[in-house]
Write a protein that binds this ligand. Structure first.
Ligand code: DAT
Ligand code: MG
Length: 139
């Protein structure tokens, strides 16, 4: 038993293309509990702080511009081994390499515009949930 929490984002392309419902359906079908959820239009500062580990990388400017293109859906998810299972449901970072049936394969356009985010470890999950949600927002 390892009941975990993770942080997920439905990125601007998936929101704009009308895939919020399908992505949330996949989350519910998988049996994860949504304990925080809200929409936001991110700012440069918020994106920088969120992707702090990628700030100096060559792809960062494109990533930042993409994340500012439109509103996103922010979610805190809970479930058995949810960190790895949500990443499995998302698929590989590059949609072209993601397995059939994954969200990035279905809704991603390229490695930058890959439709969804998921934390990669318990420490980052904790940091990312607290970055966007106050305790008050979490049920
Ligand atoms: P993931 O989102 O699968 O955890 P990551 O943490 O390595 O991947 O990178 C964060 C985001 O940055 C990723 O979702 C899309 C973008 N990114 C990563 N590698 C990239 C690359 N080589 N070219 C363009 N964008 C990239
Ligand atoms: Mg990552």
């Amino acid at each position: 038993m390892d009941l975990q929490r993770t942080f997920a984002i439905i990125k601007p392309n998936a929101v704009r293309n009308g895939h919020i419902g399908e992505i949330i359906s996949a989350i519910e079908r998988e049996g994860f509990t949504i304990h925080g959820l809200r929409m936001a239009q991110l700012s440069k500062e918020l994106v920088r702080g969120f992707y702090i580990d990628h700030l100096g990388k060559a792809f960062y400017p494109n990533l930042e511009a993409f994340m500012l293109e439109g509103p996103v859906v922010l979610m805190a998810l809970e479930g058995e081994n949810v960190i790895a299972r949500w990443r499995e449901l998302m698929g590989a970072t590059d949609p072209a390499k993601a397995s059939a049936g994954t969200l990035r394969r279905a809704f991603g356009e390229d490695v930058t515009r890959n439709a969804v985010h998921g934390s990669d470890a318990p420490e980052t999950a904790q940091r990312e949930v607290m970055y966007f949600f106050s305790a008050f927002d979490l049920v």
